[in-house]
Unconditional design. Structure first.
Length: 250
């Protein structure tokens, strides 16, 4: 089956299952959405939604946030993990919003991605769900499912985003990425997943992908496993640089 035909069939199923998927992070405006997405780095949406009411009770605007110290913010957001870096990013971006943007969240990818702790994925979520601009935020879950379904080769998150944008119409992007996330949670987990019984994997997963997942017992980090095996064979394990500590722009 061609990728285009596969994407059309997947899109139809996702529209049937999730015709109007909600944004899983609770927010009231662009600023609170931006903060919630930043907090979601290496944290579950459930934990973020448990934490943001406490934070927003103290500060739900940039003007209020800068009145809190980074340490005060850190104490509130500790349950979300990476709190030292996240608290500095939250206070730092709030200061920039006041100094450069009149206290408003900017409406361009370029300006958003210049804010502390904000990368392309976070900017895409804000552009999509705060401002209605067609965007296709790709997190690790969407990246994994796109490779599992044969819609992308899993080479990188950037490549996956380009592939998915090419396969789905722009007017579907803002709901499509949410639909994939919800489908993954309900039907397509990373580990202990029987592809043969999945509503999509059962017919969409390439045979090589299905065999690889069966061998490893997971759909998570398969390309990393392959690279690690290749490096071991060539005696190059341990020569890579350590990952940066703290929060990465998402």
């Amino acid at each position: 089956m061609k990728r285009e035909d596969k994407a059309a069939r997947i899109g139809a199923l996702l529209d049937e299952l999730y015709p109007a998927p909600p944004v899983p992070l609770d927010h009231i405006d662009a600023y609170t959405l931006l903060i919630a997405v930043l907090l979601s780095a290496q944290c579950t949406d459930v934990r973020v939604n448990q934490t943001t009411p406490l934070l927003f009770a103290r500060a739900k605007t940039p003007q209020e946030m800068v009145k809190l110290s980074a340490d005060e913010i850190r104490e509130i957001i500790k349950p979300c993990g990476l709190s030292p870096a996240k608290s500095k990013a939250i206070r730092g971006l709030s200061e920039i919003l006041l100094a450069r943007h009149g206290g408003e969240v900017p409406r361009t990818f370029e300006e958003l991605e210049q804010l502390p702790g904000v990368g392309h994925k976070t900017a895409s979520v804000v552009m999509s769900h705060a401002f209605g601009v067609p965007a296709f935020p790709v997190d690790t879950h969407i990246h994994r499912l796109a490779a599992r379904w044969g819609l992308s080769n899993g080479a990188s998150v950037e490549k996956t985003e380009r592939d998915l944008k090419a396969l789905f119409a722009p007017e579907t992007w803002n709901r499509r990425h949410l639909q994939i996330i919800f489908f993954g949670r309900e039907h397509c987990p990373a580990r202990a997943h029987d592809l043969s019984k999945c509503p999509i994997c059962s017919w969409a997963a390439p045979k090589t992908r299905a065999a690889l997942e069966k061998r490893h017992g997971t759909g998570k980090d398969l390309r990393t496993k392959q690279r690690g095996l290749h490096a071991a064979v060539h005696g190059r394990i341990g020569q890579g640089a350590d990952a940066p500590r703290g929060i990465r722009p998402r």
